[in-house]
Each structure stands twice: as structure tokens, then as C-alpha cells.
Write a protein that binds this ligand. Structure first.
Ligand SMILES: Cc1cc2nc3c(=O)[nH]c(=O)nc-3n(C[C@H](O)[C@H](O)[C@H](O)COP(=O)(O)O)c2cc1C
Length: 220
């Protein structure tokens, strides 16, 4: 099939776009407003973009027709800081609950039985139990046009200024063993995925000689 997003002529019951780029890591983002009220929300339009120094990005749509920004974006515009927390299998239910839209002043951490722990370099707390957290300062917000206010997206770019990794997840030879923490990721529709040792595989990096230097063996 082929369709043009401008015409939305896919003819399917649901727009398949989000199912076409999978799995998407979930940026579980904590922020505070100027008054210090804590907000937490998951964003699957999320990724790390570079390193030395590292930057990461998430993209948030509008709240609804009557609101400009989701609370996460409003808070970041006010304070210029956010924390990425890795969402894992163990905390999947809480992660899902924090996807609900509630009042900006209400502490979504406390409401979902989650605990915040202080960050080192920014004001928003980290989520206790999450095995990786990036403390970020705002680099830039890029506004992506949408068909209506709700579909206007704010792509928020942050510089990662502090990195926490759970000690239990680091192997004796210094490798972050991601399978130990089972991160979850978003697929399309209601589907999710996860990473553990049963669905990982390794490939050696090939040298140019290996790839093009040796002509394929002629068939006997
Ligand atoms: C797994 C998951 C992924 C989500 N990804 C996004 C996303 O990438 N962008 C977005 O605007 N909303 C996304 N949402 C919805 C927001 O999390 C939801 O609107 C959230 O409550 C906004 O909260 P806030 O107003 O406190 O910022 C996602 C929800 C879930 C459960």
C-alpha cells in the first residue's frame, strides 16, 4: 500500500504511522514548574541523539484544543530542565498511569505510588526504581506543525548533564547489562515490547576487507 499523509488516504481503521517506527524507547520524563510541583509523563517519541556531549529529544503533542502545551512542555519552558527515566517491565503499570492527563499542580509521582529521588544537577526528581536517568538542561524547542492544535508537536532537545545507571546493572567487566533491567518500548496501537536476554542478538562489526576485499567463492 501507499498513502500520502497530507491526504490521510490510508483507508485503514487507524493511522499506521506509529507502528511503522518500532520499537520506540519510552522517555519517562520528570519535570517541575516554578512552584516546584512535580510532573511525570511517558513519551515514546524519544531518543538519544548524540554523545560527547550527549543530547536527547522527545516530542509532545498538544493537550487538547483549549490547551497549548502538555504540562511537561509548559514546565520545561518555565524551568529549562527535565529528567529522562528509563521505563522498565517492573514499573510498566505505573508508567502507563502517568500517561493520564491530570492537573498540572498535582504530584503525579505520589499519585501513582512512585517515589522521587533528588537529582544532582537539576531540580526535577528522578524516579526511584528506574535503572537509568539522564539529568537534562533545555537546548532548544522546535515546533512541528500539526493539522490542529492537538497535533502541533513540540520537539524538546535537551543536553544530558548528568547520567545515573544502577550499579546492579553494570557487569564486572564494566558493561551496562541492559537485559538485567528489562526496558520496555512502544510499538503501534496498544502493543509494547521489552528487551531481555531472550530477544537480543549480537553481530560483529565487519571490516571493509571482509565485506568487499574477498570476492565471493565461485560455485563449484
Ligand atoms: C507509552 C506512552 C507513550 C506516549 N508517548 C507520547 C509521545 O511521544 N508524545 C505525546 O505527546 N504524548 C505521548 N503519550 C501521552 C502522554 O504521556 C500524555 O498525554 C501525558 O499525560 C502528558 O502529560 P503531561 O500533560 O503531564 O505532560 C504517551 C503515553 C504513553 C502511555
Amino acid at each position: 500500500m501507499f498513502f500520502e499523509p497530507a491526504k490521510n488516504d490510508h483507508g485503514l481503521p487507524y493511522n499506521p504511522i506509529k507502528a511503522c517506527v518500532v520499537p520506540r524507547p519510552i522517555g519517562w520524563i520528570t519535570t517541575v514548574n516554578k512552584a516546584g510541583d512535580i510532573n511525570v509523563a511517558p513519551f515514546s517519541f524519544f531518543n538519544v541523539l548524540s554523545y560527547n556531549p550527549p543530547f536527547c529529544m522527545f516530542s509532545a503533542g498538544g493537550h487538547a484544543e483549549d490547551h497549548e502545551d502538555k504540562d511537561t512542555v509548559a514546565n520545561i519552558k518555565e524551568t529549562g530542565e527535565f529528567v529522562y527515566n528509563m521505563a522498565t517491565w517492573d514499573q510498566r503499570e505505573q508508567m502507563n498511569q502517568t500517561g493520564l492527563i491530570i492537573d498540572r499542580e498535582q504530584d503525579e509521582l505520589a499519585q501513582t505510588g512512585l517515589e522521587g529521588i533528588p537529582s544532582n544537577m537539576v531540580a526535577p526528581p528522578r524516579i526511584k526504581g528506574s535503572p537509568v536517568q539522564f539529568e537534562c538542561t533545555l537546548h532548544e524547542i522546535v515546533v512541528l506543525p500539526g493539522d490542529s492544535k492537538m497535533f502541533v508537536h513540540h520537539a524538546v532537545f535537551g543536553q544530558v548533564v548528568g547520567v545515573h545507571i544502577a550499579d546492579e546493572a553494570i557487569s564486572e567487566d564494566g558493561i551496562f547489562e541492559v537485559a538485567r533491567v528489562r526496558p520496555i518500548a512502544r510499538l503501534g496501537y496498544k502493543d509494547y515490547s521489552w528487551v531481555d536476554e531472550t530477544n537480543m542478538f549480537q553481530m560483529e562489526k565487519r571490516t571493509p576487507e571482509e565485506l568487499i576485499g574477498k570476492p565471493p567463492q565461485a560455485a563449484e
